[in-house]
Ligand binder design. Sequence first.
Ligand code: 5CA
Length: 466
Amino acid sequence: MRLSRYFLPVLKETPADAQIASHRLMLRAGMIKQASAGIYSWLPLGFKVLRRIEQIVHEEQQRAGHIPMLMPTLQSADLWRESGRYDAYGPEMLRIRDRQDRDMLYGPTNEEMITDIFRSHVSSYKDLPMTLYHIQWKFRDEVRPRFGVMRGREFLMKDGYNFDLTKEDALHAYNRHLVSYLRTYERMGLQAIPMRADSGPIGGDDTHEFLVLAETGESEVFYDSEITELKFGDRQIDYDSHEACAAVLAEFTSRYARTDETHDETVWAEVPADRQRVARGIEVGQIFYFGTKYSEPMGATVQGPDGKPVPVHMGSHGIGVSRLVGAIIEANHDDKGIIWPEGVTPFHCGIVNLKQGDAEADAACEDLYSAIKGLGLEPLYDDRDERAGGKFATMDLVGLPWRITVGPRGLKNGVVELTSRRTGESEELAPRDAVAKVAEIYAPHHPHVEAALREPMEGRSFHTWM
Ligand code: 5CA
C-alpha cells in the first residue's frame, strides 16, 4: 500500500476523552472512529488488525478440529424464553421489536441458537463429539462502555460450543479449548494466563478466564509468579488425545492464578510470599463447561449407545476478538506509539523515502516495495512529499515492527537502513539483504514466505526479487 493512496486519518492531538493508552493510540493512529457510545467504525488500519486476529483465531480453532459457521446477530426472543434466560439476562440485552410485533434481540451470546441448530439436525451419539464456532458481532448494553474497544457495547467475539455424549468428553473439549487458546494468544505476541474465574450469566461450575497482565486491566488478579515463566511455544499437541490436553491444562493451571471473584485467602497463603503477585488484567477469553444447562430445558438429546435419549453435555468458549486489538496495544506500546507484534501487524514493514522525487531514491523504494510484495507480504510505503521527521513520527505511531529507510546518501554507499520499532536499533544493509532479513523475520508467521526463502535467490535479477 502506498500511503499517498491510503486512508489513514492520524490525529495530531491526543484525544481528551480517551483514558487509556490503547484507546488514545487507536484514535490517534486512525484505526477506529466512535459511532456512538461503545460502538465503533473500524477504519482501514484497525480493520486490518482485526482481520489478522480473526485469521489466527480461525487457524487455531480449525487446528483443534472445530468447525466454522455463521449465525445471525439478531435472534428471536422465543428461544431465550425456552432456556429461561430472556428475563434472567436483564438490561444488558438489547431488545428489539420487529414490524410484526415479534420480540427480537441483538445476541449477547449464542448458546440458545446453537442448541436449537443442534437439536434440529443431530440425533445420534455417533455424530459426537462436535464443536461448532463462529466469529460474529455481539451486543451487550454495558452500563459503562469505556476504554474504546475494550469494553464496547457492540464487539466481535469468537464463540464456540461443544456437544459431547458424556461429561468426560465435554471436559476434554474444555481442556482442548484451553490448549488451543494458549497457542492462539501466543501467536498474537501475548501472554494470556488462564485463571480460575466466576461463570456469571453463562452458568456452569468449571470456568477459566484468560488474562493479559496490564495496569489498565479491569480485573484484579492474584497469581503465583512462576506461572509467567510458562511458554506454550511450538509444541505439537494431538488435540484428540485426552491425556495430552489434560497434561497441558495441569501444567498451566496448577499454580495459583485467580480473579478477585474466586480469590481465596486460605489457599493464597500457601503460595510462598516472594512469589505472590497482585496485579491487574484484561480478560481476553473465557471457557465454560456447563453440562446440560441448555440441552435439558431445550430438549437437545441424542440417542445413546443403548438406544435411550440423553441430553448432551455442553460448554461454550469465547475469545474477545475486538477487545484483543486494545489488549495487544496495551501490552505493546511506548511514548511514540504502537509496537505491533509480528503476528498481527497491519503491514509487515514500512518503507520511508527520505527524498521523494529523487530519481534514485524513488527507484530503490519501488524495487523494495515490489520485492516485499513479491514475498506475499504487505509493505506500507510512505511516498508522500513530506519531511522525514513527519514520516518517522507517523511510522512510529502506527507501529509497524520494521522500517526500511531509503535516502540518497545511503544509496551512494549501496545501503538502506532497517530499523526495529521495538528496540530502535538500525542496521545498514544492501537493499536485497534488507528484504531477505524481512523475509526471515516473517517466515515463521507465513508459510508462503518460508517457501519463497527456500527457493534459490542466486541468479534472480535485482528487479524481480532483489
Ligand atoms: N458464550 C460465552 C463463551 S462463548 C461468553 O459469552 N463468554 S464471555 O461473556 O466471557 O465473553 C467472551 C469474551 O468476549 C470475553 O472474555 C471478553 O474478552 C469479550 N467481551 C465480553 N464483553 C465484552 C465487551 N463488552 N466488549 C468487548 N469484549 C467483550
